[in-house]
Design a protein around this ligand. Sequence first.
Ligand code: NAD
Length: 489
Amino acid sequence: MEEIKNYIDGDWQTSSAEEHLDVTNPATGETLGRVPLSTPGEVDQAAQAAATAFVDWRRTPAVERVQYLFKLKNLLEANFEELSRTITLENGKTLGESRGELRRAIENVEVALGIPTLMQGYISEDIAHGIDEFMIRQPIGVGAAICPFNFPVMIPFWFMPYALACGNTYVVKPSEKVPFTMVKVFELLEEVGFPKGVVNMVNGSKDTVEAILEHPTIRAISFVGSTPVAKHVYAQAAANGKRAQVQGGAKNPIIVMPDADLDMSTRIVADSAFGNAGQRCLAASLAITVGQSSNGFAEAIAAAAAKRVIGSGLDEGVEMGPVITPDSKARIQSLIQEGESEGAKVLVDGRDPKVEGYEKGNFIGPTVLDGVPKEGELFKTEIFGPVLGLMHVDTIEDAIELVNTGNYGNMASLFTSSGAAARQFRYEAEVGNIGINIGVAAPMAFFPFSGWRDSFFGTLHGQGRDAVEFYTQEKVVVERWPKEWTRKF
Ligand code: NAD
């Protein structure tokens, strides 16, 4: 069985870990390999290698550093199909979804290529007579990314290209559920020819994360995962004096106004709720109809859910793959049950679908529950599966109040043909990513991937200028060079 290796100081190393976890194909239950739960000693080796490499890497001019990223972009393009297939094999999403994810990852490399401009500072002459002041951005040192399972390639790329372009060196801890994709990416990073120690990968789970958080050499942490773990990571990073950008879970509401285009909203909301089998931090999980929009929307979305084709993500024509593990499937089934017990009506029940030829896969079909109570679990708990709860209110004010009631603040969307409603919603929703007639309001690489309240802890987000600020520290210089000191030769 293939054992995942670590990549430390330019070498592929078999971990000395005593514990390993199986990595499985969620569509078939087949074991793909095993991943080591790497030791604190291995985290230390990676951090030390990165610290040593930092000395020269930060002195490499930005225009030279980006040449490595140009090569990486070309290699990612050349290996596009193989990488997409690997994502589908270990994560379960459809091949089309994997391609979309990889495209988003590459876009982050493209934005980071602008680093010679993006990391420029600024200057003021004569802040006092003959005195100038300027700000320069310098890299921090060693950074680390701790990643979730749902986007095996895109999420590390929200951070790593910017960190490297800014002159930092790096350690990636992929999700233990989907480590193969990053192995392929690191093979490409090796082919690019980054100096050894500049990029490192250490596999593992909780204990490996603790070792990263405690390591004194690692100065910056980028984390994406569930909110309970996010809170812990943020607290530990702060306790150990590290800067941290920490993205948590989500519960994303979509409001459908009476003047929304019913066909368009139904199609887009269905894609948002059931795409990636609902395992997207921007997936719609509540649809709130306002006034007369309840007429027809519940029926239309139920019909769209019922006809979605589920199966293995590698098969042609499949629109939705499995969820990641049998545990995930059981958790989602029990939340649907709980919603039903709390009074919601199950319009489409995907608890136990039959997928011919894939009896051992972790499949959950699209599920729609109508009349989700505000006090219930389905309203407040992140399901992270293809389950959409429906609620109904009379006014947009009531709908916005619901949006602002939950703990999360990752994304909310409004479907309407009224600019005034759109503005009111955009202005008042306490949420980091807003969609207007958009189902998955995923920021492009040149915008920050936002998130508020329990969906984000920190100040600077991933992607774009935020990532550049996060992976640099500002140095402010005040200089006096009296004219009288000018040498006469
Ligand atoms: P997770 O929290 O289980 O794991 C995330 C990472 O933390 C993994 O690398 C894992 O090894 C590590 N980890 C797990 N338990 C830990 C612990 N107790 N202590 C220290 N480290 C630990 O998340 P997941 O299931 O892989 O991913 C799904 C979650 O990620 C969902 O909640 C989803 O909303 C969230 N997510 C958020 C965003 C966003 O942009 N806000 C994006 C993608 C995913």
